[in-house]
Design a protein around this ligand. Sequence first.
Ligand SMILES: Nc1ncnc2c1ncn2[C@@H]1O[C@H](COP(=O)(O)OP(=O)(O)OP(=O)(O)O)[C@@H](O)[C@H]1O
Ligand SMILES: O=P(O)(O)OC[C@H]1O[C@H](OP(=O)(O)OP(=O)(O)O)[C@H](O)[C@@H]1O
Length: 218
Amino acid sequence: MFNDAPLTIALPKGRIFDEVLPRLAEIGIHALDDPHHSRKLILATNRPGIKLVLIRASDVPTYVEYGAADLGVVGKDVLMEHGGDGLYEPLDLGIARCRMMVAGIPNADHGPGRLRIATKFVRSAERHFAAQGRQVEIIKLYGSMELAPLVGLADLIVDLVESGNTLKANGLVPLEQIANISARLVINKASWKTKHRSVTALLEALRRVVERVQPVPT
Ligand SMILES: Nc1ncnc2c1ncn2[C@@H]1O[C@H](COP(=O)(O)OP(=O)(O)OP(=O)(O)O)[C@@H](O)[C@H]1O
Ligand SMILES: O=P(O)(O)OC[C@H]1O[C@H](OP(=O)(O)OP(=O)(O)O)[C@H](O)[C@@H]1O
C-alpha cells in the first residue's frame, strides 16, 4: 500500500518510541530487528522501502526539515521549541500526552525583582511570560528542572507534567498551564509533494488508527 516510493520515518528513542510502535504495527509496519535490543540506528521493516531511523527527540524536526527523513514523530513541546514553519504537522497521534506547566514552591514570595525561570523549554517560556508582560530571566537547563527552585537557582520552572508525581515528590506545585502536549506526525514539505501517494497513504492509515482509538468528538 505505501510502497510506491521509499519512505524514511524518524522516531525518537525515548518514551514516544514505545507508544508509537504499536500504532505502526496496526498499520502493518514492523521493524525486522527487535528495536529494544538492536544497537542499529537504521531499522529495516517488513515493508520494502520503509525504514525507521532512531534519533534523539529534539533532533527529529531537524532530520525531517532537511529531508533526511520523510516523516517523523515528535512531541509538541519539541516542535514549539524548534519552530514549526519548515514542516507539515498534519496529525496529533494522541500519545505521550502531558502538559507544559509553570511550577514552583507553594505560596512562595518572589519579591519585586525579575523572576528567574529554569527550563529546557526556553522559547516556550519566553513566549509565555512575554504574553503576560512579565519580565523574566530564563536559565537554560537540560533536565531535573525540579531541583532548581529547591536550591535557589530559580524562582519557577517550566517543565512537562503528566501525573504530577515528580513535582509532588519535590514539594512543588503546578501554577499555570502553558500548553497541552502530545506526539505529532511531521512531514517533510518536499516529500509531501514528490512522494505524495505513499506519504498520504501512511498518513491516512495512521489517522484511521488514531480515530479508532480516540473517536473525533462530534
Ligand atoms: N512525563 C511525561 N509524560 C508523557 N509524555 C512525556 C512526559 N515527559 C515527556 N513526554 C513527551 O515525550 C517526549 C519524549 O520524552 P523523552 O523523555 O523520551 O525524551 P527527552 O529525554 O526529553 O528527549 P531527548 O532524548 O532529546 O533528551 C517529550 O518531548 C514529550 O513530548
Ligand atoms: O508528572 P510526572 O508523571 O511525574 O512526569 C513529569 C516528568 O516527566 C518528564 O521527565 P522524564 O521522566 O522524561 O525524565 P527526563 O526529563 O530526564 O527525560 C518531565 O521532565 C518531568 O520531570
